[in-house]
Design a protein around this ligand. Sequence first.
Ligand code: BES
Ligand code: MN
Ligand code: ZN
Length: 495
Amino acid sequence: MQFKTTSADAGKKVTACAIVGVYDKKQLSAAAAEIDTASGGLIRGMLDSGDLSTALGAATLVARVDGAKCKRVVVVGLGSRSGLDRRAFYKAMQAALGKITSSKVTEATCYLTAEETVGADAYYRGRLAAQALGEHRYRYTEMKSRNKSPVPKLKTLTLAGGNRDDLKAVEQGATHGAGIVTGMNLTKDLGNKPANICHPTYLAEQCRKLAKKHAKLSIDVLDEPDMAALGMNSLLSVGHGSEQPCKLIHLDYRGGGDEPPVILVGKGITFDTGGISLKPGPQMDEMKYDMGGAASVIGTMAAVAAMKLPINLMVIVPSAENMPSGRATRPGDVVKSMSGITIEILNTDAEGRLILCDALTYAQQFEPAALIDVATLTGACVIALGHHRSAVMSNNDALASDIVAAGERAVDRAWHLPIDQEYTDQLKSNFADLANIGGREGGAITAGAFLSEFTKNANWAHLDIAGTAWRGGAKKGSSGRPVPLLVEYLMQHID
Ligand code: BES
Ligand code: MN
Ligand code: ZN
């Protein structure tokens, strides 16, 4: 991916493809008007004849533009001017690029970045444009020997802006967007990889590779004996049934001097069968995505390192495979976690919280400014919020609202759910300090409440991404979420 900027007249700029917007009530954007003038009324004519839609997300490819210097033009509907917010902008970008997916165009000029957008200045428009191109170009084909869907040829995008400052901001945004894409692509690749390849040891190796690439990034991987010595019996109990050993990956990026680090902890269950509390068969393959939290925090680290952000960031990934076997943990087993809290494992399928609690205890020794865990934790979260928003829970409302706000800005939305004592009360056990399940009611929150018992000494938040980390069905694949939200949160943390 490569980005350039321009403030040239759209009718006079040589390009294989111009991307311009039109608004409701047949209003042309400035760039659309310039092409219209150069071409003797092409766009206005098509609007008048009803061959162009101005509805948000509608896009029309016009293959010949006599008079103007562009070979083609994609005209995108932007809806109403006042309705063009950052989400609408992103949707329009995606629709425009969708029109040239299988075309020969290798280079295009996008004028949408010059359109005033509610809540998104030139910097954010550049960033969202770069992100749209990244999404457009992503394919996961490494396991295919034939019928590979080709990567679109579009590589270079010239982004339009007004004055000099605008152009600088657009360019800076595009550079950051490219960094976010680097992170999202790693997140997607790790998520889409089958669990017979992507096991805890593989995740650790990939993190070692990432650490080698960046001078400010170092890594430590704890093996099972190291974890046993620290008393991480809850984490280890989850991997007992598997042939694959558990790992605890600890990445440390130092770009921010002596500041206390932000720590991201990602659930790294490389496959979740449910264990002895075995899951039903349909869609069980999707449980290869149960390391989506880990993939997203590793991807965020890759983005932060690529962008060379001046912050301190640690990423901690507890990783295990949840399998049934003669050595597997049984329902009713009691384990002592690293914190000293004992846990009755009433359901071996509630395993995410069991690996996270030990990782969160481990993390607190580094005295983080903020401690955020990210996990595909509960089916209940998908019932509550669907596939549109991630859930945020926290012991600090200000932190939760910072995260929700970051999600808004990054077009990667989240929603704050409460944690009250009543939810924690649902986790009572007759035989240990805590049970690992709290019943069906409020299942996403009782999972968060469980984690909150282990994070009393931290400024902590939990992101449940069970509904947002991947898409199912015909377009099955990792979404790369919530990398945009996390990077945005970290960038805000700098100011
Ligand atoms: N990884 C699953 C959560 C999940 C399920 C994510 C479906 C996305 C789609 C998690 O380990 C799990 O199995 N949770 C149980 C918890 C229950 C036993 C309390 C669940 O949600 O059913
Ligand atoms: Mn499970
Ligand atoms: Zn799970």
